[in-house]
Design a binder for this molecule. Structure first.
Ligand code: ATP
Ligand code: MG
Length: 418
């Protein structure tokens, strides 16, 4: 047993039971995005390491210590497993000139990879659904992104709370940055190692610290809010007005700065206190500079990403279950003529759009019925040589106490379709 190969730490198998739930979740999500006019885009899981360095920033947790990078031995290129989806989406949009005729509403989903310490709600391979509204500058787009999330939460039966903030524009961030550096320089002794390292490279990120010993210092730090210019403030209040109009409750959290460098103006997070330290289920905002930063023609952009594992566990804590599919019928058959007719019956059921599991491997009637029960099928469709001769089947309900009936195959199909 000792040389049994197991899955990589922090990377999970999704077994059939769980996958049923994921599929139900995914189909709700797909339909929700369709109703908002967003279209799916699929990009490779591997990208050039430089893409993430340039998009996310060199001095970020992700790029500094969480990214899976390796050198492609065949050509010496440094590649990375994508840690998030925005950089790839923007890369693809630039590469294929998707914004040539105006803004685009896009979404993606799939596995992301970060070398973090695995714990509940934090994995090394995890899954996101992400939404990008590219080419739209106004606060109405920020509001749409938030309102559509609220819509999805309602549908999923969960109620995370919304925190919003504004990071202002680049000039106000520069003013704020200078004041922050001066402030932290004046309190050198109170800084932890991480803060010292980030003091000149990315002082804003010090405010994002999870170290309790840094809280008091951070609370008293110069506020970006005091540096914001008219345009950014107007954008922020227009966003709030639309949210209020649409009955979306929110809390302004001036400490919300987000882990990634590319945000400006609006940032938001949907948080819950039900999942311990891993309480952010969805995070996003505006990143007007990113497209240009990655070499595209300047265009505004906003988006968000949600963590599927965290959303599903939030649903679990609330005992929300999604309807998952089970076979319509498990076909039990005994006898030679019965077997031939069972194959025909299975084919007819499937042709009619029903899910039919045909028993394989023979065995007694009793043992086949046990398998039928275990399959979670709604009905056992029983065929003996008698039935086969009459081109009939016996339908036995497995999920309730209704009587079994013997009918023509075509009738049975009609019955199962109801
Ligand atoms: P955190 O502060 O929890 O590390 P983050 O700011 O790094 O989150 P984002 O990069 O904004 O996260 O990713 C968006 C969402 O993806 C998060 O809100 C979360 O729901 C999910 N997520 C991020 N990292 C992980 C992970 N390692 N495992 C599971 N879900 C994750
Ligand atoms: Mg993180």
């Amino acid at each position: 047993m000792s040389d049994l190969i197991q899955s990589v730490r922090g990377m999970n198998d999704c077994l059939p039971e769980v996958t049923d739930t994921w599929q139900a979740f995914e189909s709700i999500v797909r339909d929700w995005l369709r109703r908002y006019g967003y279209r799916e885009m699929r990009t490779p899981i591997l990208e050039h390491t430089g893409l993430f360095k340039r998009a996310i920033g060199e001095v970020t947790d992700i790029v500094e210590k969480e990214m899976y990078t390796f050198v492609d031995e065949l050509n010496g290129e440094s590649l990375a497993l994508r840690p998030e989806g925005t950089a790839s989406s923007v890369r693809a949009v630039i590469q294929h000139n998707l914004l040539y005729d105006g803004g685009k509403r896009l979404w993606y989903s799939g596995p992301m990879f970060r070398h973090e310490r695995p714990q509940k709600g934090r994995y090394r391979q995890f899954h996101q659904v992400g939404v990008e509204a590219l080419g739209f500058a106004g606060p109405d787009t920020d509001a749409e992104l938030i309102v559509m999330c609220a819509d999805l939460w309602r549908e999923l039966g969960i109620a995370p709370t919304l925190q919003i903030n504004t990071l202002g524009d680049i000039e106000s961030r520069h003013r704020h940055r200078a004041k922050l550096i001066a402030y932290f320089e004046a309190h050198q002794d109170a800084l932890d190692e991480e803060a010292k390292r980030r003091l000149y490279s990315n002082p804003l990120r010090i405010l994002d610290s999870k170290n309790p010993a840094m809280q008091a210092l951070n609370d008293a730090a110069p506020k970006l809010m005091d540096e914001l210019d008219e345009a950014a403030l107007a954008h922020f209040s227009a966003l709030q007005a639309i949210l209020r109009d649409n009955g979306i409750a929110f809390e302004i959290n001036p400490r919300l700065v987000r882990g990634l460098d590319y945000y400006n103006r609006t940032v938001f997070e949907w948080v819950t206190d039900q999942l311990g330290a891993q309480g952010t289920v969805c995070a996003g905002g505006r990143y007007d500079g990113l497209i240009e930063q990655l070499g595209g023609k300047p265009a505004p952009a906003a988006g968000f990403a949600m963590g599927i594992e965290r959303l599903l566990s939030l649903m679990e804590t609330g005992s929300v279950t999604l309807a998952t599919p089970a076979p319509d019928a498990y076909i039990v058959h005994a006898g030679e003529a019965a077997q031939a007719f069972a194959w025909q019956a299975a084919s007819a059921l499937r042709g009619a759009g029903l899910a039919a599991v045909l028993h394989c491997g023979g065995g007694s009637f009793k043992s086949q019925m046990k398998k039928a029960d275990a399959s979670r099928a709604r009905y056992a469709l029983i065929i003996g040589d008698d039935e086969a001769a009459a081109q009939q089947v016996t339908l036995k309900p497995l999920r309730d106490t209704a009587e079994q009936t013997r009918v023509e195959l075509t009738l049975a199909i009609k019955y199962l379709q109801q």
